[in-house]
Design a binder for this molecule. Structure first.
Ligand code: MRU
Length: 369
């Protein structure tokens, strides 16, 4: 997508030095646009854990490149062995909820094992990391093509009036490699000249909606309004939301959806107000091994200080201020699980399906046991 009119992806290889991976450091958005160079597995792990890069698809692509950087550091006699397995475990532990991370490292580990020489293994890891990123771009583009059919139909029903879409967190191109998941149908609608407007949940505590989704929608010229997290239910009660589209960090084979904390409450409000609630996801976000999202999806708990403090621009500088009483404790659950029964449909790269095992298997028959 575009940043000040120039095309960017969220992660790429430095054209002058293939041993350096470049990312948009999202901690500084929307106030500063900073590109960070990552030189090692440890730097990649820090970038993922500290959320310089975040969002399910981007975490997967970053992990793919992390494995490539690990091959550059691995002792020659142990390239497919202990060192790479440790790299896999360290990457997996950096953010536990998004399944794209383990999806990417497993693909890498299997691919690297097929190389016979050290150089061959490095080349394979480099190519595979690129393939993982390309796959993400392709999946998201196709999610847009399928998802836009729903927006088109809502627009038809409203006689061409603006379709109001509510989204939570950042499931945009900044959270993937390009296009995004929830935003891909929105960008496709804009390309088709359909009138859309996006309600952007601010998404406490890290404010991915207010700082990232709002920024990227503005960059692409999409009409949008940032709202406090608690406003969605009120807007739905007053007919101001035609549909909800969110992304996911892990969806079970039965359609339970883990996404940024607060998603579940939006799904409850949507159900109570007959507002369709869609989840846009690439198949790399489906965990085919598990069935019960509430019991089986690991929910990341992050630093309480992310809740206690808030960051923003003040007199031209980015500052962090304390929100709570000095000695109040805070808890920071980063994700929640929306049960499949509250989800209208899953928008995948292969089409739209019901949020259940049968629906998913119709689109992905190769997953049948
Ligand atoms: O904690 P984050 O910013 O990595 O969480 C991101 C989300 O929850 C997104 O909605 C999700 O990854 C969906 S698709 C990018």
């Amino acid at each position: 997508m575009h940043v000040n009119g120039k095309h960017y992806r969220t992660i790429w290889v430095n054209g002058n030095n293939k041993k350096v991976i470049r990312v948009i450091d999202q901690r500084w958005l929307p106030h500063r646009f900073i590109v960070e160079d990552l030189h090692s597995l440890d730097e990649m792990i820090t970038a993922i854990r500290e959320m310089h890069v975040r969002g399910a698809g981007l975490i997967g692509a970053a992990a793919g490149y992390g494995m490539y950087l690990a091959t550059l550091e691995a002792p020659e006699d142990n390239l497919a062995g202990r060192f790479m397995e440790d790299a896999r475990e360290k990457l997996k532990a950096s953010r536990p909820t998004a399944v794209n991370l383990s999806w990417a490292v497993e693909i890498q580990l299997q691919a690297i094992k097929t190389g016979k020489t050290v150089q061959e293994k490095i080349s394979i890891a480099y190519k595979t990391a690129g393939d993982i990123a390309e796959m993400d771009v392709d999946y998201c583009k196709r999610i847009g093509e399928h998802g836009v059919t729903i927006i088109k139909e809502l627009s038809r029903q409203k006689g061409g009036e603006t379709v109001n879409i509510l989204t939570h967190c950042n499931a945009g191109w900044l959270g993937m490699v390009d296009w995004g998941t929830a935003t891909a149908p929105v960008y496709a609608a804009i390309e088709k000249g359909i009138n859309v407007h996006v309600w952007v949940d601010e998404t406490r505590p890290r404010n991915q909606g207010a700082s990232l989704t709002a920024w990227e929608l503005k960059q692409q010229g999409v009409p949008h309004t940032v709202i406090a997290d608690n406003a969605g239910g009120h807007l739905m009660q007053h007919g101001m939301v035609d549909m909800v589209i969110v992304g996911t960090d892990r969806t079970t084979s039965t359609g339970d959806v883990a996404n940024k904390i607060g998603t579940y409450l939006k799904a409850l409000a949507a159900r109570d107000n007959n507002v369709p609630f869609y989840v846009a996801l690439p198949s790399s976000s489906i965990d085919w091994q598990i069935q019960d999202g509430m019991k089986e999806i690991p929910i990341e708990e992050r630093e309480p200080d992310e809740v206690r403090y808030i960051e923003g621009l003040c007199d031209g500088e980015i500052k962090r201020v304390l929100l709570t009483p000095e000695d109040s404790r805070a808890a920071n659950y980063a994700f929640d699980v929306t049960p499949a029964r509250l989800v209208t449909g899953l928008i995948t790269e292969r089409g739209i399906c019901k949020p259940d095992r049968q629906g998913l298997l119709e689109l992905f028959p190769e997953r049948k046991l």
